[in-house]
Design a binder for this molecule. Structure first.
Ligand code: FES
Length: 95
């Protein structure tokens, strides 16, 4: 099973493949910022510290939201829509 580590608190949660990073946060007991839950507001954007290749690629909608917030899709993802595929992903919540 894939697992997601949250920085700076260094809490890790194991999640089923296909889970969103928001789902992983819930599994880890981490409170995460989110608004629309459908990849249009950008409040859930997180930094991908490691393991970006272990996430499904961003949808065109997600790329558009990241672009609106001037965030590089190679380094940032919307937690509500980024889906975990395999391995380890390390993320950092933005201030
Ligand atoms: S909660 Fe709005 S983009 Fe993720």
């Amino acid at each position: 099973m894939p697992f997601v580590t949250f920085l700076p608190v260094e809490v890790t949660a194991e999640v089923a493949p296909g889970s969103s990073l928001l789902d992983a946060g819930e599994a880890a007991g981490i409170e995460m910022e989110a608004g629309c839950f459908n990849c249009s507001c950008g409040t859930c954007i997180v930094e991908i510290v490691r393991g970006a290749e272990n996430l499904d690629p961003p949808s065109p909608d997600e790329v558009e939201v990241l672009d609106q917030w001037s965030r590089d899709p190679e380094k940032y993802r919307c937690a509500c829509s980024a889906r975990v595929r395999t391995g380890e992903i390390v993320i950092r919540q933005l201030d």
